[in-house]
Design a protein around this ligand. Structure first.
Ligand SMILES: [Fe+2]
Ligand SMILES: [Fe+2]
Length: 390
């Protein structure tokens, strides 16, 4: 696959280097200038910047034809996975009805139920909600992809129709969690809202290179990660007796599962048409590591907020390093990567690499856990500075 490398000019970082170093993605090429914080005075607004030397448009232009030739296929196989708006759930289906006389009692009940949930659970739920609320970034990311982007904002290609409708479905997730958290009274909404604003302003760095092969592998991985994460917050809410919240998280998880089905089907089709480049793309994304969508999270206070949130999610079992390895193993089996034949020697190497990766990730993780430092308590602004063990 021909790669065109373009170098990103140095820009003033929005966040201190310590925060950037905490990201799961490799920071080897992180560019840092201390000029944003002269004498500890942060500029009122410092533009964010890309955190890697970026590769752009790595899919050769002739491959665009593959995606153009799949329009009928996408209509028959992908658009059918969208749900009719009239049949979709809406956030108001799960929340107290503000025009009902029982509204105040319903809010009181919601707040009483939420009192059963521990603070560390709220930290994870807030992090999940913030991740959902940065949806403008994800639609932007998908529209960076060559051959499938929405060229006009109202394009009628099945790729563009999918992306807009997917965004519209996703939009309900952050909306519902946000309203639940607001009504619960358990969290500092102003701090959460600031975090969302910072995060959308920062964007994300998935390293998908405008390349739909890489982009759809990334979204396949992420939809499954969110399916697992919301499924686990549902399970924990149930364990703590908040059945309504369990229903909220479970309903969102079901959407993520349907989205996973769509994106994994697209990649399955790419494996069928172009196995060599698809397995190379999978190996490429795994070497770079799949960065989490909210990896640039910041609340104006904690330079390692994403790392701290992830540590709590790991401790509660909502999303763990083991899940990362399990997702890869699932996708490798789903796409029958082991059974691919007729690959180039590079393709065979990539095949061996991805098929052997899940047990390697698990072993590395076990060693990292064994070396892990002593646990410490970290304050989270989202819960009014309450300290949580990580
Ligand atoms: Fe979502
Ligand atoms: Fe989703």
């Amino acid at each position: 696959m021909a790669l065109r490398v373009s170098f990103v000019p140095h820009r003033i970082p929005a966040f201190p280097a310590s925060q950037l170093r905490s990201h799961r993605v490799s920071m080897a090429s992180t560019l840092h200038s201390p000029s944003a914080e002269v004498g500890n005075v942060r500029k009122p607004f410092s533009p964010p910047r890309e955190v890697h030397v970026q590769v752009t448009h790595s899919m050769p232009p002739e491959k665009q034809e593959i995606f153009n030739s799949l329009h009928d296929w996408a209509e028959e196989n992908i658009l059918v996975l969208l749900k009719d708006v009239e049949k979709c759930w809406q956030p108001s289906d799960f929340l107290p009805n503000p025009s009902s006389p029982g509204f105040h009692d319903q809010v009181k009940e919601l707040r009483e139920r939420s009192m059963e949930l521990p603070e560390d659970y709220f930290v994870v739920l807030v992090g999940d909600m913030i991740t959902e609320e940065a949806l403008p970034t994800y639609q932007t990311m998908i529209n960076t992809l060559d051959a499938v982007r929405d060229e006009t904002g109202a394009s009628l290609t099945p790729w563009a129709i999918w992306t807009r409708a997917w965004t519209a479905e996703e939009n309900r997730h952050g909306d519902l969690l946000n309203k639940y958290l607001y009504l619960s009274g358990r969290v500092d909404m102003k701090q959460i809202e600031k975090t969302i604003q910072y995060l959308i302003g920062s964007g994300m760095d998935p390293r998908t290179e405008n390349n739909p092969y890489l982009g759809f592998i990334y979204t396949s991985f992420q939809e499954r990660a969110t399916f697992i994460s919301h499924g686990n917050t549902a399970r924990l809410a149930k364990d703590h007796g908040d059945y309504k919240l369990a229903q909220i998280c479970g309903t969102i998880a079901a959407d993520e599962k349907r989205h996973e089905t769509a994106y994994t089907k697209i990649v399955e089709k790419l494996f069928e048409i172009d196995p060599d480049d698809t397995v190379l793309s999978l190996a490429d994304m795994m070497r770079k590591k799949i960065s989490m969508p909210a990896h640039l999270m910041y609340d104006g206070k904690d330079d390692n907020l994403f790392e701290h949130f992830s540590a709590v999610a790991q401790r509660l079992g909502v999303y763990t390093a083991k899940d990362y390895a399990d997702i890869l193993e699932f996708l490798v089996a789903r796409w029958e990567v082991e059974k691919l034949t007729g690959l180039s020697s590079e393709g065979r190497k990539a095949q061996d690499y991805v098929c052997g990766l899940p047990p390697r990730i698990r072993r590395l993780e076990e060693r990292a856990q064994a070396r892990a430092k002593k646990r410490s308590a970290i304050p989270f602004s989202w819960i009014y500075g309450g300290k949580i063990m990580i």
